[in-house]
Design a protein around this ligand. Structure first.
Ligand code: ZN
Length: 146
């Protein structure tokens, strides 16, 4: 078995096969040449989110949020910083629960912010409410390792 990951391009959604040993070498998309990791969360709609979790192989850390939610806004810089800690082992995604109500409904999001870890396309952990950066990073890594 070759140790490789399938990375979905943050710009064009192309699937890129990258050996694990090359993940730290700032890999670029074979199709559009954009860096596959930008050190920041991706804001995705339902179509792009589904492509990521169905085709991509990395664990995904999701922040379900909304514009009107004060704690979500307070959490945003922490989540962005966690992207720098967790890439390239994770893909970090933000889902606007107002714009993507079907997704929020699918995952039964009752309060925000809700943070969720998905592995192989399935939810493996969730937590509602704010977390500090170190706790968030530790929690996500433990959830994905189980
Ligand atoms: Zn691309």
């Amino acid at each position: 078995m070759t140790e490789a990951e399938i990375l979905i391009c943050p710009a064009c959604d192309a699937a890129n096969r990258v050996p694990r040993a090359r993940l730290i070498d700032a890999p670029r998309c074979g199709k559009c040449k954009v860096a596959l990791f930008g050190g920041k969360p991706l804001a995705l709609d339902a179509r792009r989110f589904d492509r990521l979790i169905r085709t991509g192989s990395l664990p995904v850390l999701v922040d379900f949020w909304a514009e009107w939610c004060g704690p979500c806004k307070a959490m945003a810089p922490t989540f962005a910083a966690a992207a720098r800690d967790l890439e390239p082992g994770f893909r970090l995604v933000k889902i606007d629960t107002e714009a993507e109500q079907a997704l929020a409904h699918r995952y039964a999001i009752r309060s925000i912010p809700t943070l969720m870890v998905l592995a192989d396309g399935r939810e493996v952990a969730r937590q509602s409410g704010m977390m500090d950066r170190a706790s968030l990073v530790r929690w996500a890594r433990m959830a994905a390792a189980n």
